[in-house]
Design a protein around this ligand. Structure first.
Ligand code: SAH
Ligand code: MG
Length: 212
């Protein structure tokens, strides 16, 4: 279980990670670190650092680094006029900037050493990445091309026995957007060498059983 001081911080942080799914993320991170000892983890889509607290707490306990990838400009659905817009996150230039919030969350949680912020486009960063990962958690943009690009840029970096964890996976269109399901979850199982390990809410934990 995530320490209660960190849980309090996670639950007070703006974001989209429900408590039960955060707990499942934390358990998955521990499992991943057991399966691929010493390897780092990546989070794609940190926003203000809410999910990062659960992952970072596990990384701290296991002595591995967590790379938190986000351009901090918000996804399409976070922009003005969209459903998930928060006007408080708009800076003096009129743009969304979650980086100050992310930094404040990491500082409050005492995770600023173990969590390394990586600010930029997740596709470009993933394509240039070379270190095998114990776990990759994908919770970035939910447009089709963005989701597909995250799958293509990141899934192959998960080491054998490591975990690919995907948020906002909805099998039925009436429950939510289909991009994480159709552009990440399904290709990972069909061609990426992954099998489903567990599910909690819209969180899917996949394990890599084959590398190509
Ligand atoms: N995991 C967070 C929520 C993430 S919201 C939580 O638990 O609350 C999705 C994030 O993905 C946003 O912060 C947005 O800036 C980021 N994002 C979307 N597309 C991106 C891209 N192509 N590259 C980098 N970050 C991206
Ligand atoms: Mg999400």
């Amino acid at each position: 279980m995530l320490a209660s001081s960190l849980r309090t911080i996670a639950l007070a942080t703006k974001g989209f990670m429900p408590e039960a799914e955060g707990d499942a993320l934390y358990d998955a991170a521990h499992l991943a670190c057991d399966s691929v000892p010493g390897a780092p983890m990546v989070e794609v889509g940190s926003y203000c650092g809410r999910s990062t607290v659960w992952l970072g707490g596990a990384a701290l306990e296991r002595g591995v680094a967590l790379y938190a990838v986000d351009h901090h400009g918000g996804s399409e659905e976070n922009q003005v006029g969209w459903e998930w817009h928060d006007p408080e996150l708009v800076n003096s230039d009129g743009r969304i900037d979650t980086l100050p919030y992310f930094r404040a969350t990491m500082r409050a949680a005492g995770l600023d050493d173990v969590v390394r912020e990586v600010v930029g486009d997740s596709h470009a960063i993933g394509r240039a990445w070379s270190t095998p990962l114990a776990m990759c958690f994908i919770d970035g943009g939910h447009g089709r091309e963005v989701a597909r690009g995250d799958y293509e840029a990141w899934a192959s970096h998960v080491a054998k026995d490591g975990l690919l964890v995907i948020h906002d996976v909805f099998e039925r269109p009436e429950d939510g957007g289909q991009a994480p399901y159709e552009e990440i979850y399904l290709p990972a199982i069909a061609a990426g060498g992954f099998v489903e390990h567990s599910r909690t809410g819209s969180l899917r934990v996949l394990r890599r059983v084959m590398t190509h």
